[in-house]
Design a protein around this ligand. Structure first.
Ligand code: ADP
Ligand code: MG
Length: 425
């Protein structure tokens, strides 16, 4: 029968439910659907009652369709006031060879640091070990030495945000297995092992926020959140054209282009101006030149790209970023990837979650023909759902899948459940 895993991805614009079933030979999607989300603005919970009822509605609908009860779920959330901090600690190796206990102790010592009471550690990611002064070791188990040092990246978020999120899920009848931050999840979904080694920045541009993650030398080494996303573009169009938000959203997704009608660096994007029919506030159709729409969209895209540029230069002090992957709903804006490439002068591609999923399946030894995703559920493999599929990947990697000697996720999975224990402290 295999294990059934439920993911609840709570975004600003939508709550997505993904349920799958797997064992060590096959993976199968059971259910995937998005429901409206409310009570969250710019990644913050602003109305707990309304968030609880939108989770409840999503769960009840899913249970009605599937005719089964959902009790537990991995929950993906943007998090609020995300901060990453580095820490390290060394321990004396007790026997000649490094054991799991030595590694546990080293990681635990590295995490024994003061976290302010209004913050909570959400992810503890060991990224490097040092044995007798030799650094760059990924998994020290079985190595000989006298001194073991663990280096970890700890991601904290506002503890009231995490607690409120858990309360809302509980009130909706769901026990939270683990909270996975949106940035961590979508990053897992859209990169290969090679990208992780090379130094890749992943930006998930959602509705109300953008989440940035950077991989370097195989591990996630930087995470941040910004309260700007595709909804701001829609808002600008609504205000600029004096039309309802809903109509602005239609115009944006149907006709929107991120490139202005000018030469931009090496890009030359000119098309004949045309007029678009828009339904105004008074329900009367008006014609607006496409160039006006493009101008409005471009201004906001430039702001988002400027933010990414600043983030690249900030992290570049310690981590090299050699390519960029953009995912999330807004990455589908026509011309956005080309604009980003030209603006940032580095390789940029769109991130889709099939890459991360297939990478994981290969690691698990599951052959392509045994990865069964119902044709009707294929939308889950588009950029809006990177975080949903990424949470699933994270959950499997983090050891909810108890396959003996599978080696999935290497050291990370071996210590995941134990790390969960220390995070409760
Ligand atoms: N084809 C498209 N062109 C431009 N924007 C799009 C397109 N499809 C979706 N979006 C935008 O993506 C945003 C939602 O992204 P998503 O990743 O689903 O959000 P969240 O994770 O915040 O729930 C919305 O602002 C939506 O308008
Ligand atoms: Mg999302």
């Amino acid at each position: 029968m295999g294990e059934v895993l439920t993911v609840l991805d709570i975004g600003t614009t939508k709550i997505s439910v993904f349920i799958s079933k797997f064992d060590n030979r096959s993976f199968e999607s059971i259910f995937f659907k998005s429901f409206p989300s409310s009570g969250i603005k710019r990644g913050r919970i602003v109305d707990m009652e309304s968030l609880t009822s939108s989770i409840k509605r999503a769960i009840q609908d899913t249970e009605d369709i599937l005719k089964m009860k959902i009790r537990r779920s991995f929950v993906c959330s943007s998090g609020n006031e995300i901060q990453g901090l580095y820490s390290d600690a060394a321990v004396k190796i007790r026997k000649k060879e490094i054991t799991e206990e030595d590694i546990n102790l080293a990681i635990e010592s590295a995490t024994a640091m003061q976290i302010p009471s209004d913050r909570q550690a959400v992810h503890i990611l060991p990224y490097e070990f040092v044995v007798d002064g030799i650094d760059g070791i990924r998994d020290p188990l079985g190595m000989k030495g006298l001194r073991l040092e663990a280096r970890v990246y700890i991601i904290t978020a506002s503890s009231s945000h995490i607690q409120n999120l858990i309360t809302c899920c509980n009130k909706a009848g769901i026990e939270v297995e683990e909270v996975v931050l949106h940035g961590v999840a979508s990053a897992e979904a859209v990169v290969s092992e090679h990208d992780k080694d090379m130094g890749t920045m992943v930006v998930d541009i959602g509705g109300g926020s953008s989440r940035i993650a950077v991989f370097h030398d195989g591990y996630l080494r930087h995470l941040s959140n910004y309260g700007i996303g595709g909804n701001h573009i829609t808002n600008d169009l609504a205000l600029g054209l004096k039309i309802p938000f809903k109509e602005a959203e239609r115009i944006k997704t149907q006709f929107g282009v991120a490139l202005p009608d000018v030469n931009f660096g090496s890009l030359s994007f000119r098309e004949k101006d045309r007029e678009i029919e828009i339904i105004g506030m008074d329900k009367i159709p008006v014609k607006i030149p496409m160039s006006v729409i493009k101008e409005i969209i471009y201004a906001r895209c430039e702001e988002i790209l400027d933010l990414i540029k600043k983030e690249i230069s900030t992290v570049s002090e310690s981590i090299s970023v050699s390519s960029l992957v953009i995912t999330g709903g807004t990455s589908q804006m026509r011309g956005f990837i080309q604009l980003a490439e030209s603006f940032l002068s580095m390789p940029v591609r769109i991130g889709k979650p099939d890459l991360g999923l297939m990478t994981l399946m290969a690691e698990m030894g599951i052959r392509d023909e045994y990865v069964i995703i119902d044709e009707q559920l294929h939308e889950c493999l588009t950029p809006q759902f990177s975080s949903t599929i990424g949470t699933l990947i994270y959950a499997i990697r983090a050891g909810s899948f108890q396959q003996q000697n599978s080696g999935i996720g290497g050291i990370w999975s071996r210590f995941a459940s134990w790390i969960k224990e220390i995070m409760r402290i």
